[in-house]
Design a protein around this ligand. Structure first.
Ligand code: PEP
Ligand code: MN
Length: 362
């Protein structure tokens, strides 16, 4: 950090700063110019009360030199972090697919989706049990029952479970059912929850908040990483802008920016960004082309009947088509993609198709 002094400050002010820094065990490197003096601070800056420092006589501003996210930064960890969650690697050479319904609604619903996406090569099953709904009158999720179904279905197909936890209170119980904790956009800066997830040691997917800058997202990661939990990946899921044509605006540039700034894996959620099924495919392909390490996509046996996010969920058939296209993009960008089990997929889609006849939820 550099302390920039106001023009023509007296030597007493400079000596005062030096004294404060040295009392905290830091070194002051003073460089006097013709108009201004700047003071370089060397040592552990966390010992400083920066607000108090800013109020000292003669101080104009404090300029941080290093990003506030040391543990997430590539500067301190140049190589990509590759997570290994029960043998499934994320952030390495192979592209990661996560898919499943927005909310777990029933065993049959989850089983149909899991069966079909597993046949496409998906190893990580998503599904919301605790739903962070805008209105308290909307479907809130099956909670404990939902967690139980996720575990059972995932085990049946040899998959991992990713599910959102919205409160620290649910974490310990949820840890018995899920493999990856999702922290959603609404809780991206719920710092006590982030610290608790850090302490839990559970692998985590941290989504970007609706109005969070990339640097803020990276700074939030320190709450998890500083608890000695490095099993962390980030997720771009769209941000709020003036544009209303999509539910959120997918910030595609966040993908290469994050890949430059951090060693952590970067996943893209085109479903919540688009808010509309027809847009999920193009955004997914663009994300894979932009260098994302994986995708998380919502799939429902009968989207029009979904209890949440009906407009944006893909049918198993649509997902299978998209998965083939993503595989082609992966080939172009030099990533491997798990092969589909065509026979299992044909059977799974045949079983899923009749479910498209349900009555829409209005
Ligand atoms: C979700 O993935 O189910 C979800 C609610 O996403 P987000 O937090 O990105 O809105
Ligand atoms: Mn959803």
């Amino acid at each position: 950090m550099i302390i920039v002094m106001k023009p023509h400050v007296g030597s007493a002010d400079i000596a005062g700063i030096k004294q404060v820094l040295e009392a905290k065990g830091l070194q002051a490197h003073i460089s006097e110019g013709t108009e201004r003096t700047i003071i370089g601070v060397v040592g552990d800056k966390t010992r400083l009360n920066q607000e108090a420092l800013l109020m000292m006589p003669g101080v104009e501003k404090l300029v941080p030199i290093m990003a506030p996210y040391k543990l997430a930064s590539r500067t301190f960890h140049p190589a990509n972090t590759v997570l290994d969650i029960k043998g499934i690697k994320i952030g390495g050479q192979e592209f990661t697919q996560m898919a499943g319904p927005c909310s777990v609604e029933s065993y049959e619903q989850l089983d149909t989706v899991a069966r079909s996406v597993r046949a496409c090569g998906v190893r990580i099953l998503r599904g919301g049990a605790y739903k962070p709904r805008t209105s308290p009158y909307s479907f809130q999720g099956l909670e404990q029952e939902g967690l139980r179904m996720l575990r059972e279905v995932a085990d049946h197909y040899g998959m991992l479970v990713i599910s959102e936890i919205t409160s620290e209170i649910d974490l310990e119980n949820a840890a018995q059912y899920i493999d990856i904790v999702q922290i959603g956009a609404r809780n991206s800066q719920n710092f006590r929850l982030l610290s608790a997830v850090g302490r839990s040691g559970l692998p985590c997917l941290l989504k970007r908040g609706f109005a969070e800058t990339i640097d803020e997202l990276l700074t939030s990661t320190e709450y998890i990483l500083s608890e000695n939990n490095s099993q962390l990946m980030l997720c771009e899921r769209g941000i709020r802008t003036f544009e209303t044509a999509t539910r959120s605006t997918l910030d595609l540039s966040a993908v290469p920016v994050l890949k430059e700034k951090t060693h952590l894996p970067v996943i893209v959620d085109p479903s919540h960004a688009a808010g509309k099924a027809s847009l999920v495919g193009p955004l997914a392909l663009a994300a894979a082309a932009a260098g994302a390490d994986g995708l998380i996509i919502e799939v429902h046996p009968n989207p029009k009947c979904a209890l949440s996010d009906a407009a944006q969920q893909l049918t198993p058939e649509q997902y299978a088509g998209l998965s083939r296209q993503v595989a082609a993009i992966c080939q172009v960008v030099g990533r491997s993609y798990p092969a589909a089990d065509e026979a299992a997929l044909t059977a799974a889609l045949a079983q899923a198709r009749p479910q498209l006849n349900g009555v829409p939820q209005v």
